[in-house]
Design a protein around this ligand. Sequence first.
Ligand code: PLP
Length: 834
Amino acid sequence: EAPQPDHLNRELLYGLLDSYLKNDVVSIQESIVHHVEFTLARSRYKFDTREAYFAAAHSLRDRLIERWNDTQAWIKHKDPKRVYYLSMEFLMGRTFLNALHNLGVMQPYQHALSGLGYDMEKVQQAERDAALGNGGLGRLASCFLDSMATLNLPAWGYGIRYEYGMFRQVVSEGFQKEQPDYWLTFGYPWEIQRPHVAYPVKFYGHVSVHESQDGRQNFVWNAGEEVTAVAYDNPIPGFKTPSTINLRLWAAKPCQEFDLEAFNTGDYVSSIIDKQKAETITSVLYPDDKTFEGKELRLKQQHFMVSATLQDIVRRYKEQHETFDAFPEKVAMQLNDTHPTLGIPELMRILMDENHLGWTRSWEITTKVFSFTNHTVLPEALEQWPVSLVEKLLPRHMQIIYDINWRFVQELEQNHGISGDKLGSMSIILDTEYGKMVRMAYLALVASHTVNGVAAIHSKLIKETIFKEFHDIWPEKFQNKTNGVTQRRWLAQCNPPLNRLITETLGTEAWITHLDLLKGLAAHAEDETFQQKWAEVKVEAKAKLASLLKDLTGDDLNMDAIFDVQVKRIHEYKRQFMNILSVALRYDRIKSMTEKEKEEVVPRVVIIGGKAAPGYDMAKRIIKLISAVSETVNNDPDVGDLLKVYFVPDYNVSLAEVIVPGSDLNQQISTAGTEASGTSNMKFAMNGSLIIGTMDGANVEIAEEIGEENMFIFGVGAQEVPALRSQREYLQVDPQFQHAVNLIQNGHFGWADYFSPLIESITGSRDWYLLANDFESYLDAQERVDQEWRDKASWTRKSILSTAGSGKFSSDRTIHEYAEDIWGVEPLPPTIPE
Ligand code: PLP
């Protein structure tokens, strides 16, 4: 008999905590061997490294489950306001090392494994990345989970358990090829399947109206298709706290209730096959980062995720509450971009149709619980679903959206005196030549109490551009929440030598939860001995990156070279093209130098990595161009090791964990006003890599924190961009830019025809991302980089100051702000006995 919430008390929890599994080396070894034998059913005398990983993972999972259970029981007992983070993506990467660190059991596990004859490093490598996200947005959600757990917040994440995560990128003869990432082949040891936590999710069909006895209209949605959402729970441990929160991912299964009629009247086999189709809903992550794709399956995924999530949240609430009166005091929901916006009409539907609340009451509740994060101002990324599709797939939701819009338009007229065209331009429903569309961002804006951008400049821009009219009427809804990253994964774990040096220097490891403390490093920036230690730590991290590249290419890297890195999704706005143009120019210059002149050249290893969306032709051509330049440069004996260029295939979280610490310089060179925030910039800065970048996204705030003089800033400002765009065709193009373009156009790197669409895209009035405008100032900044490198002490000083100034960019700070300013949730630390 499970204890009821009111019988749970501190004593009971203490009792539970007392019986936690032991973390001495022998107990851990016993538990690993136990899992080898009873979970994997392998011989305890003979298991390979992968099996050692799986057994160790299960052993660690046991420890996570203890904490998870206690945390959840504790939260249930206290019944605080909880926050739910709804996201279609979680780019988690690996879990093993993170869990070891956060639970504080790294050392005993290391000893336990080595005692059994296994190398911790190799065991870790056996883990596959959980890559259920595209890039920044999904990785942000994962950093947030780590911070929410560490800050003891009563929080959960909700998303989808895709069977195929982000595709694996293979580069063959310079071309990107996509391979499916069926990441569950050997099972995922961190998840807990909950077959009994399952909800029906409905699609299609029609809506009928029934008059109830009190004269009210009841809407009944007779669905045409029903699938089951089954929960898979992933425990997320906080650092140095027993608090372990949950990431609940939904998988689609065929509906439990078989339509026996269909089976008996005809083709038994094809009826089963039809049922199987349910599972396709959660089979694959859409691999597009920034372009909206109006595919029906994608809309199904969105509804599937939010419907299961809301049913789960409402069920949990109703277990402890008789009425919905306290719902807004107990529930906050954050929409990670507009992808989960259908949660709004879904909650309205649940309240009205299933719980018989009136519209006014339902709307009052709904508008108090949702808040929404915008992640981009790029118009092609904004979600607009055809009304005809929403109507077909979710007929009741479409009615509700129309109702929301009708009331909203009335409010605009009556309370804000808005009329005519402006009503149309603010309407959730947009009339286009292709038919009516639902603007998801507008729906999210109307129903959310708060909308936020993800860096100061971005939050300002959304108020001035895409959401201007909404800001005019509801300025109080708009906030900024500058992104952050978790320093546990992105510094403490991925860079052990730097971790040790920081801890030794500050005399405390408190920076792992209070990143502001890093500013204490600034006092040592001028100290020669400290600089020496700092430089040694960097060499260690560079050696690890060099070894990774050696494995990939067979080349030995020049350790005296600047490791110059640009890793992120390939996109025109991120301007990898501009980077490679400057590399082509550098190559050409070296070619024309005398041996004497070459002695003055600062050597560079240029590393570029990132995936192109499979349908993004330009991005794929950029990858080919990088590969072609790499091929020519790396094989040219005139150049030697003064310049090397590598495209690292299949950039993912695990690779980032090696690449980021090992870089000297990182490129954050998007056209000003296009990158909402960026988060890799923060990771690099934390690890003492210097930024060459534009005043865009979080670069602006990084410059405020670490000092513009410690970065290599260049390029036009966001405010100038619109005017410059309109004058592009009159621009006097810089001769160096023209020369770089000519090199490619003239076939210096081969494939001239294939690259011609790229060249056209930056020519004259077509140069939307203003490569021609920024090129000269970019080259200047690159020149400053070379100058700086020659002065080792000065470079190291800047590197120290980068880390020292990155305290603001912890996701702990970001989450703290969300909790205080948006969610109204408070920490609830589980108490543990002495
Ligand atoms: N992809 C991966 C694998 C990452 O780890 C990150 C962040 O570190 C990103 C994408 C986002 O990078 P950026 O902020 O440069 O777009």
